[in-house]
Design a protein around this ligand. Structure first.
Ligand code: SF4
Ligand code: SF4
Length: 59
């Protein structure tokens, strides 16, 4: 699963740019995750400067 902490997110968009699956979009001041595209690789977690994203294995 993937969780975005909206209190920590500053809207820098590093995560959306880092996602090769194009699973993240920034819309109306929050990150939206397309779970049909996300492969839970964790790249967005690595690039987020505010530790606002948590990803764990799908199962
Ligand atoms: S875990 Fe990987 S595929 Fe999923 S949103 Fe983050 S970068 Fe994209
Ligand atoms: S990288 Fe982190 S702080 Fe930046 S938009 Fe994504 S979730 Fe928010």
């Amino acid at each position: 699963m993937i969780e975005i902490d909206r209190e920590k997110c500053c809207g820098c968009n590093y995560c959306t740019l880092s996602c090769a699956q194009e699973a993240l979009t920034y819309h109306e001041y929050q990150i939206i995750v397309d779970l049909d595209k996300c492969i839970f690789c964790g790249s967005c977690v690595y690039y987020c400067p505010n530790t606002a994203i948590r990803v764990s294995r799908k199962d």
